[in-house]
Ligand binder design. Structure first.
Ligand code: ADP
Ligand code: MG
Length: 324
């Protein structure tokens, strides 16, 4: 049974359609990532789920019960936004306890719950600090703690990691995912970062321009994109033959027996691999070659080479976006 479902939801701001006929189901305990470029409607979708927006048509259902007009406070969502939005004049402990004290808990209950959560999110020793004394990663952990201490039925995360630097972001990705699995909270996270979605999600919803382009597990989204948009937005892709077909750079092979001749016009070193730009009769091809291949093939700019496009790795687009 779906835990949370939206059906035929359309949302407009004035004449602007921001969500167009959106249908989506989320299962209990699932980690769903909503991925799409800035302005495509991700935050609005979260706000609709949380009851913070009126919708023109359609409905929102929790455990199959229609909650479309239920006020936000009754829906039991924990929400974490990109900006930490902590109370600057309250300590870590007080920030996390704040919501509990609004809910008629005894002092002892509050202390027990807050201490529990502080351990869970690795903030032990920081209880007495104020937000400005914490790093960005620590502040975001407080924001997360503040949401989950209330034991919400759903967790909504709106780009919670995007303000953090790369190292901290990677670490928190793992922490958030482990925490979500451990607590089993049905979670929807919005992100514009494909790597974040691929590495964290049970399922990914790819949005573009108010519609859903595709829903699937990360491997499906990457290996079998339904549309040009999905193929192009997630990872890098070479479009072939008027965009009806495509191939990922890591699947194009430098191969002396390859059928396509071309000339290397650019080489970028990427650490684990080299990214070559090859001018061929199939157009400009981006070709990723594992770094150790250079020990065997001395490729360099200007060199004529042969490449092979294995049929089994070619992606074809003959389908439409899911909700168009
Ligand atoms: N309160 C608002 N009033 C008018 N337009 C809005 C409002 N909020 C968002 N929008 C517009 O709706 C579209 C989707 O916004 P949003 O859901 O915030 O996108 P995302 O989170 O994917 O970046 C954008 O074009 C944005 O400008
Ligand atoms: Mg947003």
């Amino acid at each position: 049974m779906s835990h949370l479902r939206i059906e035929n939801v359309t949302k407009k701001y004035g004449v602007n359609t921001v969500l167009q006929n959106i249908n989506l189901e989320i299962n209990k305990g699932e980690f769903l990532c909503v991925l799409g470029p800035s302005g495509c409607g991700k935050t609005t979708l979260l706000r609709v789920l949380a009851g913070l927006e009126n919708i023109e048509t359609g409905g929102v259902y929790i455990n199959n019960k229609d909650v479309t007009v239920m006020p936000p406070a009754k829906r039991n969502f924990g929400i974490v936004f990109q900006s930490y939005a902590l109370f600057p004049n309250l300590t870590v402990y007080q920030n996390i306890a704040y919501g509990l004290s609004q809910k008629k808990n005894t002092k002892n209950e509050i202390r027990e719950k807050v201490e529990d959560i502080i351990k869970i999110v690795n903030l032990t020793g920081h209880e007495g600090k104020y937000p400005q004394q914490l790093s960005g990663g620590q502040q975001q952990r407080v924001a997360l703690a503040r949401a989950i201490v209330l034991d919400p039925e759903f967790l909504l995360l709106d780009e919670p990691l995007s303000a953090l630097d790369a190292k901290v972001r990677m670490k928190l990705r793992r922490e958030v995912k482990n925490l979500q699995k451990r607590l089993g909270i049905t979670t929807i996270m919005v992100t514009h970062d494909q790597e974040e979605a691929l590495s964290m999600a049970d399922r990914i919803v790819v949005m573009n321009n108010a519609i859903i382009e595709q829903v699937g597990i990360p491997e499906e989204i990457y290996e079998m994109p339904r549309t040009n948009f999905v193929a192009d937005f997630i990872g890098t892709v070479n479009f072939l033959d008027g965009s009806n077909y495509a191939i990922r750079p890591e699947n194009v092979a430098l191969d002396s027996k390859g059928e396509i001749s071309g000339k290397i016009i650019d080489i970028e070193y990427r650490g684990a691999f080299y990214r070559l730009l090859v001018d061929s009769r199939r157009g400009l091809l981006t070709v990723d070659v594992k770094a150790d291949v250079r020990k065997r093939i001395k490729f360099e700019q200007g060199l004529n080479v042969f490449v092979n496009i294995p049929m089994e790795n070619v992606i074809s687009f003959n389908r439409e976006a899911i909700s168009a």
